[in-house]
Write a protein that binds this ligand. Structure first.
Ligand SMILES: [Zn+2]
Length: 529
């Protein structure tokens, strides 16, 4: 692997993207929205940090006050957010026309700015809606169990005992925002004052539509989290894309725990294979983890016992976690970039199977566990990154994806390069199909099978399978990898598998002649023939 940088990000994660992405429900013409949170650091003087803390304490008190009111008047939750806001303000806010509200907010603090009050009120309303919906669900479960004569052991949800809300700065609570500074209104503990703070860290993208920033504290460090929204045309349901457009491109991804962490192939619904990309680095990452796990085991051996409720070797564990996190981000972004380069509109993964615990040393077991967790993270990150690029993500059943032939669906043999092509060795890098004499890279074969599964899920509903044509190699191999100006280099292993049949070059524009390979048969979809 060439450019996987081991960059340990010890501060706040620059990629703290908000997974709150949603899609409009109405058809193709609907617009979709993706939200990302940009994290910036506020460089504040120590006394300013104390003011921010005081501001948050007040915000929490106001939240708790409103939550208590909603708790006493549950009917409020039947109203819409806007109506509930008005009702709660009538109950608590003193105005000329309402000089004596029933529960005055002045009891908590005086002169609270309207926008500060509304931010806290909305937070309390959100918490209350969540709490009562959980309570309702619990009651239903309880009734159901009691109707069956079973005992209920599950405890009911409890309202929040403590509050830790971060003050949202609505318009009116902040002003003069520039690249380097912002002026915000905070409660200093004694009065309300406007203060100017410097901003460092990631820049906001130009022309982004900004949401209200939030003042968030982490230890003694304070940061500004700004949601930015991106609106784009909704990509439409996968089923519709697959059934209506045979030329629709999808990027199928096989995630592994060995050297090639991800193997991606671009294929069309009708079956053409356009490109393959191997994303490596697994072995290096495994070595890195092994080193740290070894050190942890060594340190533990020296002390002999572990303190209760205290993380041992915290720095080493943190280091390992940060590297895993960083690598997962790098890999997911490379998957999405690759899919984008070929205008793929759907990413396909397989569902994660259960982690099968293996025998072996502490470091081997720990390593495998982390590699497995990373597969989940890569999927999670690739999903929201793809969505922002207008791509949807899907998952298919994982059964036998690495043992099925992408050409004829019979079981393949897995073997190592210097061994006979028979039997199935777990994790072996090559495949050979005795039925159709297909030979190739096992991970690439798996990713092709994954893509096929998505296509067949919608396409072949009730249709009889087309018989596959057996092909003979003409000796001239044409690389299937569409050239991408050198931006997506495949490894040596990749070339080994990326061969195509003679005669297919005329059908597609993006072909390139490569030296003869030992691959007898290309991997093609039945519907292409
Ligand atoms: Zn086969």
């Amino acid at each position: 692997m060439d450019a996987l940088v081991f960059f340990i990000n010890s501060g706040c994660c620059q990629c703290s993207n908000d997974p709150r992405i949603y899609r409009c429900a109405a058809g193709d013409l609907a617009m979709a929205k993706a939200t990302t949170t940009i994290t910036q650091v506020l460089t504040s003087r120590p006394e300013q940090a104390a003011w921010f803390a005081a501001n948050q304490v007040l915000s929490n008190r106001v939240c708790a006050f409103y939550f208590a009111i909603i708790h006493a008047h549950v009917k409020i939750l039947d109203l819409s957010n806007k109506e509930a806001l008005t009702a709660l303000e009538k109950l608590t806010h003193t105005t000329k026309s309402h000089p004596a509200p029933i529960m005055p907010l002045e009891e908590v603090a005086e002169n609270i700015p309207a926008m500060f009050r509304r931010a806290a009120l909305n937070a309390a309303l959100g918490s209350a809606r969540s709490f009562f919906s959980h309570l309702q669900k619990w009651q239903k479960r309880k009734e159901k169990a009691e109707a069956k004569g079973m005992k209920v052991h599950e405890r009911p949800p409890v309202p929040p005992r403590t509050w830790n809300t971060s003050a949202v700065l609505y318009a009116g609570m902040c002003k003069h925002r520039s690249e380097k500074s912002i002026v915000i209104k905070v409660w200093t503990g004694t009065c309300w004052s406007w203060i100017k703070v410097r901003i460092t860290g990631r820049k906001l993208p130009p022309e982004a539509s900004l949401g209200s920033p939030q003042l968030i504290g982490k230890g003694s460090q304070w940061g500004l989290h700004t949601p930015i929204e991106k609106h784009f045309k909704s990509p439409g349901k996968i089923e519709k894309q697959v059934t209506t457009n045979a030329q629709m491109k999808m990027c199928a991804v096989d995630l592994n725990i060995n050297e090639h962490i991800a193997v991606c192939t671009i294929q069309t619904v009708e079956g053409s294979i356009l490109a393959t990309k191997f994303i490596g680095g697994g072995r290096r990452l495994c070595g890195f983890r092994k080193k740290l796990l070894g050190r942890i085991a060594h340190n533990r051996k020296k002390t002999g016992m572990l303190a209760e409720n205290e993380q041992d070797n915290a720095n080493l564990w943190n280091k390992m976690r940060h590297v895993d996190e960083q690598v997962a981000h790098l890999i997911s972004v490379r998957i999405v970039q690759f899919a984008q380069a070929y205008d793929a509109t759907v990413l396909v993964f397989e569902h994660l199977g259960n982690l099968k615990p293996t025998q072996g040393k502490y470091s081997k077991r720990g390593n495998e566990k982390r590699a497995y967790w990373m597969k989940g993270r890569i999927f999670k990150y690739a999903k929201y990154k793809a969505y922002k690029a207008g791509m949807l993500t899907s998952r298919v059943p994982p059964r036998n994806t690495s043992r099925e032939c992408a050409h004829c669906q019979s079981l393949v043999a897995r073997y190592h390069a210097n061994q006979p092509a028979e039997g199935s060795r777990y994790g072996a890098p090559l495949v050979y199909c005795a039925q159709c004499a297909m030979k190739g890279n096992a991970d690439r074969n798996a990713s092709l099978v994954i893509g096929q599964r998505l296509a067949t899920r919608y396409q072949q509903k009730g249709k009889p399978q087309t018989p596959r044509r057996e092909e003979k190699s003409s000796g001239v191999a044409i690389c299937q990898d569409a050239q991408s100006g050198g931006t997506q280099p495949s490894t040596g292993d990749a070339r080994h598998a990326d061969t195509n049949e003679h005669g297919t070059a005329q059908e597609r524009g993006m072909m390139m002649v490569e030296p003869v390979s030992d691959i007898a048969h290309q991997l093609r979809f039945p519907c292409e023939l």
